[in-house]
Ligand binder design. Structure first.
Ligand SMILES: CC(C)(COP(=O)(O)OP(=O)(O)OC[C@H]1O[C@@H](n2cnc3c(N)ncnc32)[C@H](O)[C@@H]1OP(=O)(O)O)[C@@H](O)C(=O)NCCC(=O)NCCS
Length: 189
């Protein structure tokens, strides 16, 4: 098992096939909560879809092109996060995440993203980390804003969500900005 400790009670575990049932059940129980912002939710029809997702995440990890991990809060699966890709030439990546509705409001994803930024800049030696959010997703937008990302612009009509074609707000954080904030001890406010 590959795991990354974020802080007391919060850990990321690389998703393996044995996690498929728990991840599928959590996703299914949270369909109504996730549907407005995640295009894949209604395409997931059975645990086989989750197994295929985990398989492709492990292949991605083996290629050195990112990973997909479960977020474990006090030992229980609370959601998911990952690096969608790693571009070695331009040294950049993009973080994705979701939480079960009941796990919100505790700073879990903000702390996870802070940990993933440290991993990206300090361990992987990357130059830029990106987070994309739906413009109407205030809770998601608050995550990069809390961590000092810069709002850089809007990509129009990128994804088809339940409500129709959706724009994405792009947030970016550069290595020197991370170091300036981290050195000042101002990562989490
Ligand atoms: C986006 C999403 C992950 C945000 O969840 P969240 O719980 O609001 O975010 P965090 O886990 O970072 O928690 C922040 C909340 O915890 C509070 N908090 C408590 N301790 C905290 C800490 N140490 N650090 C930061 N925030 C803390 C914050 O004040 C904030 O609460 P508030 O919104 O009432 O002010 C969640 O709403 C979600 O999964 N939504 C559906 C799927 C989705 O939108 N995914 C993202 C697609 S881009």
């Amino acid at each position: 098992m590959f795991a990354m400790r974020i802080d007391e009670g919060l850990e990321l575990r690389l998703l393996e096939q044995r996690h498929a049932r728990a991840l599928y059940d959590l996703t299914t129980a949270n369909r109504a909560h996730l549907r407005p912002y995640l295009p894949w939710v209604d395409k997931l029809e059975s645990v086989r879809g989750t197994e295929a997702f985990i398989r492709s995440g492990l292949e991605q990890f083996a290629r050195g092109d990112g990973f997909q991990a479960g977020i474990y809060h006090r030992g229980a699966l609370a959601g998911m996060c990952g690096l969608h890709y790693i571009r070695p030439d331009t040294r950049r990546t993009e973080i994705g995440y979701w939480l079960a509705e009941a796990a919100q409001g505790q700073g879990i994803v903000t702390r996870v993203c802070a940990g993933l930024c440290a991993y990206a800049f300090e361990e992987l030696g990357l130059h830029r980390v990106e987070i994309r959010c739906h413009p109407g997703n205030a809770r998601s937008r608050a995550v990069p804003e809390r961590l000092g990302f810069t709002e850089e612009g809007i990509l129009r009509g990128v994804d088809k969500l339940a409500s129709g074609w959706a724009d994405w707000v792009v947030y970016g954080l550069l290595e020197d900005e991370w170091r300036a904030r981290n050195g000042a001890g101002a990562v989490l406010e």
